[in-house]
Design a protein around this ligand. Structure first.
Ligand SMILES: [Zn+2]
Length: 148
């Protein structure tokens, strides 16, 4: 078995013998400034060689889950759709607060009127839409007469 210093010398010698040419492109390396011989002819070759090597070694992060981020994107899209739907409908239809103000009654009174009207079998056109983090009810303004 070689001693440590001998092994070191052998390694250095090995490098000197084998690495006179650029590891990346095979061109003859320029003269070294120090004791160690150059491995690459230029910086670009060094970067190219190491990046190839690191890719082969799988050093770089690769996405394990192919669907990573898809959930967040779909939720964002759903949120955006909800906002658009709310904007379109709230421009035409009335919220309970707006309708109560229009009829000159309080919101609880309006609730009672809607309930009693629906008990009588009157169909009031209303829909529940997402508004921010909650759902709000919108009522068709054509049905105001049924509630007054
Ligand atoms: Zn090179």
């Amino acid at each position: 078995m070689l001693k440590k210093s001998q092994a070191n010398n052998a390694r250095l010698l090995d490098i000197r013998v084998n690495m006179s040419d650029c590891l990346n492109c095979g061109a003859v390396n320029p003269a070294s400034k120090g004791k160690r011989s150059r491995k690459y002819c230029c910086d670009q070759c060094c970067k190219a060689f190491l990046s190839k090597k690191y890719v082969a070694e799988e050093r770089y992060y690769t996405r394990q889950n192919p669907n990573r981020g898809a959930k967040a994107a779909s939720m964002r899209a759903r949120k955006q759709r909800a906002i658009e739907e709310w904007n379109t409908w709230s421009a035409i239809w009335l919220t309970r607060a707006q309708l109560a103000e229009k009829l000159g009654i309080s919101k609880p009174a309006l609730h009672c009127r809607i309930r009693s009207a629906e008990k009588r079998g009157v169909i009031i056109d209303r829909k529940s839409l997402q508004c921010g983090s909650t759902y709000k009810e919108l009522i068709n303004p054509e049905d105001i007469d049924k509630l007054s």
